[in-house]
Ligand binder design. Structure first.
Ligand code: ATP
Ligand code: MG
Length: 440
């Protein structure tokens, strides 16, 4: 066997496709790889156009081959970009349905003695196995990433749940304490108030009686009596006592009235049936929270209210919402350095209540803005802030199917906006059910 035949024999048997075409794109030779798959021997296709033999890819082949003849450079087509050039059956199916051969095709020029491109050789590499592995790998990576994302979500949910539990336990304890204290104070203050009212009446009567006695004494023509009266009145500063009495009682009544108002606020705020959903007046909740915070706020800010008239009551967990208001108001006060302004506005917008808490405090740095709802994110010193206030507020508002948004400008202040949809118990049950199935 001479060398030419030897080479032809080897090329014919190669496990990669080899096809040689002339500048007119007519076939000069192809090996068994092509011959077996098309059931056409090399001799049978000699002189035939490759474009008519592969009509589906004719345009692509023509472009590629011409570029090789003109530019005298090799040209490539990889399976990642164009999986199939020649419609061959796969040596190994990629998936159940896939039966085509994924292939890399290379076309390179064959030069004659004058360095002209006399022919082009097309080689076809069967990449089905590699593609199959690659695709499986991509599928598995995607699946892994999906699972990872799910796990992260789960971890986040667990963290949120744990934080909520922590904070709501704290709040429940405070609530119970407040409710207990309020209950204990309520009774004694009740009788102090009513006794003071009675005392006020009695004092009026006694005042009139003393007045009368004085006038009677003045009418009696006995100097000693007059002198005794004048002496007693002077020594005991009776005029001052008599004029001061009604004022003292009135002040005490006002004090008792204030204590009763605080007790009422505490009771309202702590709603012993705290987690219950009920129809409630939001502005009342804000007011009772403001009353509880009045001491903390009065040296820090002027509180300005803008409540739209005739606001609807909303179906909510009032105690939970009070916690949100409390945290927003405390944050606002803490952001004010000396003395500033806190504006609280409530209005109805698109079947929802919009509640804004705007302060004239220090503002939030842009890099902090996206972190403030994270549990344990705080810029406050140890012992002053746990960083749970806003994350808890976020989940409470979320549970009310609402939204909490923030805008802030350094040095100017911050505005938190709550949107609370006007829920009905039915809407809530639907949502709760879907959350429950979500968690299963
Ligand atoms: N009105 C505001 N003005 C400026 N910064 C604010 C305001 N509200 C919140 N922040 C910033 O957001 C952070 C997180 O607030 P969040 O209420 O969650 O926690 P905290 O107030 O630090 O602690 P906690 O509420 O548990 O006592 C605060 O530490 C603060 O940096
Ligand atoms: Mg806070």
């Amino acid at each position: 066997m001479n060398q030419h035949h030897l080479f032809e024999h080897v090329v014919t048997q190669l496990s990669i496709g080899a096809c040689i075409v002339d500048p007119d794109l007519n076939i000069v030779f192809w090996n068994n790889f092509f011959a077996d798959r098309l059931q056409l021997q090399s001799g049978e296709v000699q002189g035939k156009s490759i474009l008519t033999l592969f009509p589906e890819q004719a345009a692509f082949l023509k472009r590629k081959l011409q570029s090789v003849f003109v530019l005298k450079n090799a040209s490539y087509s990889y399976w990642e970009q164009r999986p199939v050039v020649f419609q061959f059956k796969s040596s190994r199916p990629i998936t159940g349905e896939e039966c085509q051969m994924f292939q890399n095709v290379e076309i390179y020029p064959i030069f004659d003695d004058e360095q002209q491109v006399s022919c082009a050789c097309i080689t076809v590499h069967d990449m089905t196995v590699t593609a199959s592995y690659h695709q499986e790998l991509t599928r598995l990576t995607l699946k892994l990433e999906e699972e990872k994302a799910q796990q992260q979500q789960l971890i986040q949910r667990l963290e949120e749940a744990q934080n909520q539990l922590l904070q709501s336990e704290k709040m429940a304890a405070i609530g119970q304490l407040a409710a207990g204290v309020a209950h204990e104070i309520n009774n004694p203050v009740g009788f102090i108030f009513s006794n003071l009212q009675t005392l006020q009446e009695y004092l009026q009567k006694m005042g009139k009686y003393i007045d009368l006695l004085g006038k009677i004494i003045d009418k009696v023509p006995q100097n000693t009596l007059h002198a005794m009266k004048a002496d007693y009145v002077q020594r005991n500063q009776l005029e001052m006592v008599l004029s001061d009495c009604p004022e003292l009682v009135a002040e005490s009544l006002e004090g008792a009235d204030r204590v009763m108002a605080i007790v009422k606020s505490l009771k309202e705020f702590s709603h012993v049936d705290s987690t219950d959903w009920q129809e409630a007046d939001i502005t009342q909740g804000i007011e009772s929270t403001l009353r509880i915070l009045s001491n903390e706020l009065k040296y820090k800010a002027e509180v300005v209210r803008h409540y739209a008239p005739d606001l609807p009551h909303i179906y909510c967990q009032p105690m939970q919402l009070n916690q949100v208001f409390m945290n927003l108001l405390v944050n606002a006060a803490q952001a004010i350095e000396t003395f500033g302004k806190i504006e609280v506005s409530v209005r109805e917008v698109d079947n929802a209540l919009e509640i804004k808490v705007q302060d004239s405090g220090s503002g939030i740095a842009p890099e902090h803005l996206k972190r403030i709802f994270e549990p344990f994110f705080t810029t406050k010193p140890v012992g002053k802030g746990t960083g749970l206030g806003l994350s808890l507020s976020y989940s409470i508002i979320h549970r009310h199917q609402g939204q909490i948004k923030v805008t802030s400008e350094i040095g100017k202040g911050t505005c938190f906006t709550l949107h609370l949809p006007l829920l009905t118990p039915e809407m809530l049950t639907d949502a709760e059910n879907s959350v429950r199935t979500d968690l299963v």
